[in-house]
Design a protein around this ligand. Structure first.
Ligand SMILES: C[S@@+](CC[C@H](N)C(=O)[O-])C[C@H]1O[C@@H](n2cnc3c(N)ncnc32)[C@H](O)[C@@H]1O
Length: 198
């Protein structure tokens, strides 16, 4: 059974398998023990499980029903009690505000004719410019964040990091690239954004 930093997990059919982008987020989680955390797009739950080991509470959602089952399985496997799972398209079924919102986004550009409507593709299909889900997320996330809250988001150089920084910085955040890993043709980027004084 695979394991990352002492957390065991099973991979599940039709669910994103943890990869470099997952580990980039886990390795740089800005979590502390007082925090209420929300992870959007939990996949198999590995990021949320790591966050839950440090945070007060973690809510995790995914649009993919296979991911919801997989997260349930993996939190039982690790005997985690402070994670709540919500099936949701982004914030559709979320009704709280959080200290920290995490999202390893679907960031790959996919031409319309190559778009596939299956559940698995939602893990990486970011529409023609790679930003379809990222832009919706950036528009909606501030409403679900406490005044001094933080967003951590993973995307790639294929989906225009500068645009994400610009949107966040124009909307009351101090946003920066906090980590970067160079892969074959792209950089995988972690952007951390703190809401500054309003
Ligand atoms: C790149 S995968 C990341 C999975 C996991 N967090 C990880 O890091 O391994 C993106 C995840 O976001 C989910 N997702 C895509 N669009 C979504 C949406 N509109 N609302 C909620 N989840 C979404 C996908 O189903 C997938 O599980």
């Amino acid at each position: 059974m695979p394991e990352y930093k002492n957390v065991k997990y099973d991979e599940c059919d039709n669910v994103y398998e943890p990869a470099e982008d997952t580990f980039l987020l886990i390795d740089n989680l800005a979590v502390n023990e007082d925090m209420d955390v929300l992870e959007i797009g939990g996949g198999c739950g590995l990021v949320s499980i790591h966050a839950s080991l440090k945070a007060k509470n973690v809510d995790v959602c995914d649009i993919n029903p296979y991911a919801i089952k997989c997260i349930e399985h993996n939190i039982k496997l690790n005997n985690i009690k402070n994670i709540h799972i919500i099936k949701s398209d982004l914030f559709e079924n979320i009704d709280k505000v959080y200290d920290l919102i995490l999202f390893n986004t679907p960031y790959l550009p996919v031409e319309t004719e190559e778009h596939n409507d299956d559940e698995y593709s939602k893990a990486w299909d970011g529409g023609v410019d790679g930003r379809e889900v990222i832009d919706r997320f950036l528009k909606e996330a501030p409403e679900y964040l406490k005044e001094d809250g933080t967003i951590q988001l993973v995307q790639s150089s294929f989906s225009d990091n500068q645009k994400t920084l610009e949107i966040l910085n124009n909307n009351g955040f101090k946003a920066e690239i906090t980590e970067n890993i160079h892969m074959f043709f792209e950089d995988i980027t972690l952007i951390t954004a703190h809401r500054s004084e309003l």
